[in-house]
Design a binder for this molecule. Structure first.
Ligand code: NAD
Length: 478
């Protein structure tokens, strides 16, 4: 018996949750349920996060959370409950199966069966942004080794549990050699631990094009947050059935399962809504907690129901559909088919596999880190980089020399092109003259002297070598 937290949400939420829970119960799911209130009512009572402290306690105690969609009230000040939950509970993995149901749901990709595994916490979504000059703002892209290891291991463990065959990694590490480079490197390391699972890496641009054109070439795809955010929507959309998809948000301790659609307020209270998205979320939950035999039974009955043409209004099509039903009747139709398997659609088989075994992250011994230079970023309104170099050279120290100036990453000094467009945001790179280590005290000294010379420094980045390997990108053209 697993104790779970359930929130019925807003709009169509309560109806689809009742339908989903009825199906799970009839299928023999071993669940004990604690219900909490989240969403619109809580927001409108003056709680800007949409959830009370008592509800947090229940979620954290039970660890497994099945959530119906909620309505975020119009107007500012209300924080997205999904983002808050994801961040507070450390839900690092977002898992979204995207499968075509051809010929029962129209799609250009009849044999598509792809699972997108998206890193959920870091990358450009760490939310660290700054304006630095009149013309330039920046967003910090943070990729961590634990973040990569956790999501990539999750992808392989999920693949194994689901009897899937291949994990593909998408990155742009030909450009972002440090950040996406780390993701790719960790992918290679972890893939080697799963010799029975095929693995491959694609550069995201051509990979995304291939996925949109030939999704049957992929099985499980793992990627950093931003790419995953975009491509999980593309993948769901091209199955032809975005309204039928569920997703899982997995953390080390807690997880949340839901439909990907919203609360569809205009359809609420009319017994019209399709409960399939939430049911798919619930099936991910059953698999996660190891009740895989129940998950399989429910999924096969659901496929058989769709195949028999028993459809809610959103997927009903004159001709191919047989019976237009409401939320409640759809659930009853699924329940009536428990134990049956689809004939045209491929039946699923996950029975026998166990709950995912995800080891805790273990920190590696620290590398030998040496400081070999510094990038000093400067706000400067001039145009000729040679003039800036003359000013910056005044900051050189005995063993610290100006090596290069870049603008938006492109080398403009020495030997820049006059055609290169320059903003007011300049990076001035200092290295040890002898190619070795520098003294860290030199950095505040540079900043102090720059201040005296009215050079407007905006930030510095230390240039490190880890175990002797320079670990920063070169300037384009350096
Ligand atoms: P929506 O997904 O609620 O609706 C989009 C369209 O799909 C509508 O035409 C709707 O009628 C239809 N639809 C959605 N789910 C359906 C179902 N199960 N059966 C039949 N038809 C369905 O998106 P929206 O209209 O942009 O948002 C409505 C509300 O939902 C907003 O308050 C939004 O903030 C919220 N929302 C919540 C979540 C969540 O809780 N995870 C996600 C997205 C949107």
């Amino acid at each position: 018996m697993t104790r779970i937290t359930v929130a019925k949400g807003d709009g169509i939420g309560p109806e689809i949750m009742v339908a989903t829970l009825a199906i799970l119960k009839a299928a023999g799911a071993q669940l004990e349920i604690d219900e909490i209130e989240v969403g619109e009512k809580v927001y409108l009572s003056g709680n800007t996060s949409g959830i009370s402290n008592e509800s947090w306690d229940v979620i954290r105690r039970n660890k497994i959370f099945l959530k119906a969609p909620i309505t975020t009230p119009q107007g500012g000040g209300y924080k997205s409950l999904n983002v808050t939950t994801r961040k507070f509970l450390g839900l690092y993995a977002n898992v979204r199966p995207c499968k075509s149901l051809h010929p029962f749901v129209e799609t250009k990709h009849p044999v598509m069966d792809v699972v997108i595994v998206r890193e959920n916490e870091e990358d450009l979504y760490a939310g660290i942004e700054h304006q630095q000059t009149d013309e330039v703002v920046q967003c910090l892209k943070l990729i961590s080794r634990p973040g990569c290891e956790k999501i990539i291991r999750y992808a392989f463990e999920y693949t194994k549990q689901q009897n899937r065959k291949k994990v593909t990694c998408f990155t742009k590490d030909n450009i972002m050699k440090q950040t996406d480079g780390l993701f790719h490197q960790v992918f290679n390391e972890i893939a080697a631990e799963y010799p029975e699972i095929e693995n491959e890496h694609w550069i995201i641009d051509i990979g995304a094009a291939k996925m949109a054109d030939t999704p049957e070439a992929f099985d499980v795809i793992v990627m950093p947050n931003l790419y995953g955010d975009i491509l999980s929507d593309v993948a769901a959309q091209i199955t032809g059935s975005v309204g039928l998809a569920g997703s899982a948000n997995i953390g080390e301790e807690c997880s949340m399962f839901e439909a990907i659609h919203g609360s569809a307020p205009r359809r609420a209270g009319q017994n019209l809504a399709n409960p399939s998205g939430l049911l798919q979320g619930a099936i991910l939950m059953l698999n996660h907690i190891g009740q895989t035999d129940v998950a399989e039974k429910v999924q096969n009955a659901w496929l058989k129901t769709l195949e028999d043409g028993v459809h809610t209004y959103d997927i009903f099509k004159e001709g191919s559909s047989k019976e237009k039903v409401g939320t409640k009747e759809f659930a009853e139709a699924v329940i009536a088919r428990l134990g049956q398997k689809p004939v045209t659609l491929q039946p699923v088989s996950y029975a026998g596999s166990e709950a995912l075994q995800l080891p805790k992250y273990k920190r590696k011994p620290a590398a030998n880190k040496s400081l070999i230079g510094v990038d000093v970023f400067v706000h400067w309104q001039g145009e000729n980089p040679n003039e800036l170099a003359e000013q910056i050279k005044q900051l050189e120290k005995e063993n610290l020399v100006l090596k290069m100036i870049t603008n938006r990453g492109i080398k403009v000094w020495p030997d820049g092109f006059k055609e290169t467009f320059c903003t007011d945001h300049w990076r001035c790179r200092f290295h040890a003259k002898d190619g070795g280590e520098i003294n860290k005290n030199a950095i505040p000294a540079i900043l102090h002297e720059a201040n005296g010379l009215a050079i407007d420094t905006i930030k510095t980045e230390n240039l490190y070598a880890f175990d002797g390997k320079p670990s920063f990108s070169l300037g384009q053209g350096q």
